[in-house]
Design a protein around this ligand. Structure first.
Ligand code: URA
Length: 210
């Protein structure tokens, strides 16, 4: 496992992930589980966010307390499956901004082409959490982070549910500065670029389109 990958193997996350993997888990349950996991994973991903001391007043006396300091957050889901992470992360940080990025692969050049992109203007002063449940080949994740960097972001983390070893390698080669947080590293990719054993098509399972 590359140094800048963190496997978040908390028992609750592993239990929920096992339920998501099952082929007969309903769309509704899949979505609920993903929202719950995104909160649990987000909690770990944000463990090192800086805090600062503030003086507050309880009903009884003044005290020193800690509050988040430093950069504000921006969540960037990679369309469309990345949307499944947004609600849970916003529950943790309701004031976070949300950018979006949509990519498709040009069938001739095989290059990732952006078809939609909308970021907050002050991306350079935010901590960006790029999200996509599946880090499969790593090409679209790497391309998405290229676009996020081109928009000015310098502090970027990547959150996924399942990564393939090949995808991690590709992604880290492109972006050694971006830490990846994942709940599982699965065996391999099949010929269609799906992760094995995986979860199937994350977008279809979240949105019930198959
Ligand atoms: N995208 C998915 O939705 N699933 C995979 O297994 C790989 C990429």
């Amino acid at each position: 496992m590359p140094d800048n990958t963190q496997l978040i193997d908390h028992p609750l996350i592993q239990h929920k992930l096992a339920m998501m993997r099952k082929k007969d888990t309903s769309t509704q349950d899949f979505r609920t589980l993903l929202r719950e996991i995104s909160m649990l994973m987000g909690y770990e991903l944000m463990r090192d966010l800086p805090t600062e001391e503030v003086i507050i007043e309880t009903p009884l006396e003044k005290m020193k307390a800690r509050k988040l300091s430093g950069k504000k957050l921006c969540i960037v889901p990679i369309l469309r499956a990345g949307l499944g992470f947004v609600d849970g992360l916003l529950q943790l940080v309701p004031a976070a901004r949300v950018g979006h990025i949509g990519l498709y692969r040009d069938p001739k050049t095989l290059e990732a082409v952006e078809y939609y992109k909308k970021f907050p203007e002050d991306l350079s002063s935010r901590c960006v959490i790029a999200v996509d449940p599946m880090l499969a080949t790593g090409h679209s994740a790497a391309a998405a982070v290229n676009f996020i960097k081109a928009a000015g972001a310098t502090d970027i983390r990547f959150l996924c549910l399942i990564a393939a070893p090949a995808g991690l390698k590709t992604f880290h080669k492109a972006h050694p500065d971006v830490h990846v947080y994942t709940a599982a590293i699965d065996r391999e990719l099949n010929d269609h670029g799906y992760i094995l054993p995986g979860i199937g098509d994350a977008g279809d399972r979240i949105f019930g389109t198959k």
